[in-house]
Ligand binder design. Structure first.
Ligand code: MTE
Length: 356
């Protein structure tokens, strides 16, 4: 399949799913498209660009049917925007949670399911205003893609609250790192909900529906839900649970390389809708910490790469990393603290073993 590098980590060939190898995670501020993770629940749909139409319907006064020309006519109807935002799958870092108990039926990601890109497109808020959306904070904006997930006999979809849709940052993107969206990433149009779990950034977008409740789609109503730690696959009531939205504070170790007298640790950190303030690493299980240098400026939605040098005697060592955000919050220490039976949102200290 497709336009990915030879070291791209493939987790599943059909549908194609995979991501960035750890040593390349913090290589550049923007993750190149050919190593950017792919999370797809079905095959890439065939889209005829000539007849492609995005509809905006539901609780709006003027339903719209927009062609690609309508959407991209520079500056005519909708102003074009560019925004750097990290995208992360809610299941990233599931492999660590699986050391506590099996998590059947899910992709077992290590740190591959995250990337940072510059997205270009038009604001969802502008399109919703053009459709005469009701300004009611209780409404929801549902998205539907063109890919049919055969096991569910359903198109992929999801929703976000209207207040997020109108925040002036959520994009209908047609470019990724300066080029048209590659097929695997949603060509010709996708949603980018910055600071939120990747599942809401619906690819191959075809319908936007304004409605008075969250989407009924399987991937909103059933999957991508968070349950408290005492709930199990046997006791779960799917009508309960929290529909995942904003991402939590997280930091991921990418590479650990030898340096004179020690090691250099590099990684990335992100903070949902907040901003990463500081990252630190520990070589003694969290008793003492060394501050990392932040390699990128503070950004609301883009990640910040970081680098720390540790002087260490030769031997085996476990490196732990944690970030702090602008609310002075940091990450939980232990995996047990973040356990949920579907294995979402793991943001415990990231620990990686290395040899000095
Ligand atoms: N949109 C559609 N139409 N189909 C999908 O399977 N997967 C979602 C989201 N949008 C998905 C989708 C999930 S779970 C994630 S994490 C992101 O897309 C991944 O985006 P990417 O493949 O561009 O990295």
């Amino acid at each position: 399949m497709m336009e990915k590098t030879s070291d791209f980590r493939v987790l599943d060939a059909d549908p194609f799913n995979g991501g960035t190898p750890p040593e390349r995670l913090a290589e550049s501020y923007l993750t190149p498209n050919d190593v950017f993770f792919v999370r797809s629940h079905a095959a890439v749909p065939a889209v005829d660009l000539a007849t492609y139409t995005l509809t905006v319907e539901g609780m709006v006064s003027t339903p719209l049917a927009l062609s690609l020309a309508d959407l991209s006519a520079a500056g005519e109807r909708f102003a074009r925007r560019r925004m750097v935002a990290a995208l992360q799958c809610a299941g990233n870092r599931r492999v660590e949670l699986q050391t506590l108990a099996p998590i059947p039926g899910e992709l077992i990601w290590d740190t591959e399911a995250i990337g940072n890109a510059e997205w270009g497109g038009v604001l969802l808020a502008d399109v919703l205003r053009a459709a005469g959306v009701a300004l009611d904070a209780e409404l929801h904006v549902a998205f539907e893609g063109l890919d049919c997930v055969s096991a569910k006999d359903e198109l992929f979809g999801g929703s976000i609250p209207l207040r997020k849709a109108l925040d002036g940052d959520t994009l209908l993107a047609d470019t990724m790192n300066g080029v048209p969206l590659p097929p695997a990433h949603g060509c010709p149009l996708r949603v980018v909900v910055p600071g939120w779990v990747g599942a809401r950034s619906v690819k191959w977008l075809a319908r936007i529906i304004v409605q008075d409740a969250p989407s009924d789609n399987y991937y909103q109503k059933h999957a991508y839900k968070w349950f408290p730690s005492d709930i199990t696959a046997e006791t779960v009531d799917w009508a309960r649970g929290m529909m995942l939205g904003e991402l939590n504070l997280n930091t991921l170790i990418g590479s650990i390389t030898p340096a004179a007298g020690g090691i250099i640790v590099r990684g990335v950190a992100l903070a949902g809708e907040r901003t990463v303030e500081h990252v630190e690493v520990s070589a003694d299980g969290g008793t003492s910490w060394t501050g990392a240098d932040m390699l990128d400026p503070a950004s609301r939605y883009g990640w910040r790469r970081w680098e720390a040098r540790l002087m260490l005697p030769p031997g085996e060592v476990e490196i732990a990393a944690r970030a702090w955000d602008t609310a002075a919050a940091t990450q939980p220490e232990r995996l047990e603290a973040v356990w949920n039976f579907k294995g979402y949102m793991n943001n415990a200290y990231h620990r990686v073993r290395a040899t000095v």
